[in-house]
Ligand binder design. Sequence first.
Ligand SMILES: [Cu+2]
Length: 146
Amino acid sequence: MRVAALLAVSLVTLGSAMPALGSPPALTAQDAWIRATPGVDVAAAYVTLHNSGTQPVVVSGVRAADAEAAMIHETTIVNGQSAMRAHETLRIAPGETVRLAPGGLHIMLQGLKRALSAGDEVPLVLLLQGGGSLTVMARVRALADA
Ligand SMILES: [Cu+2]
């Protein structure tokens, strides 16, 4: 118990100290949107990420207050079947643009806590390795427009 408590305290300290050490996050996000399917509690979110800095940026997780869980997935075709595999992290090299788009990388939202309607804005928090985060407002598109 005692070790766990000490560890928790040191992690908190580290977490709060990190942003002051580094330069401002070089990661920017554009065109964030969510493809909502009526009647199901999962949805995929897409966004274009760009690293304008000189160091790699690693997205180490995603938080979404509107979902029980959010994670980075990649759709792949295995033996002619569409399958999804989880990415624990997503690395974006200096100067690189990574596009999360239908048929490839996406942010999977599972256990949606509310029905998403076209035009809704859903905040997604991208957690960055080494501290810091980037909050992205993803706009819900109707299925017909997606
Ligand atoms: Cu997925």
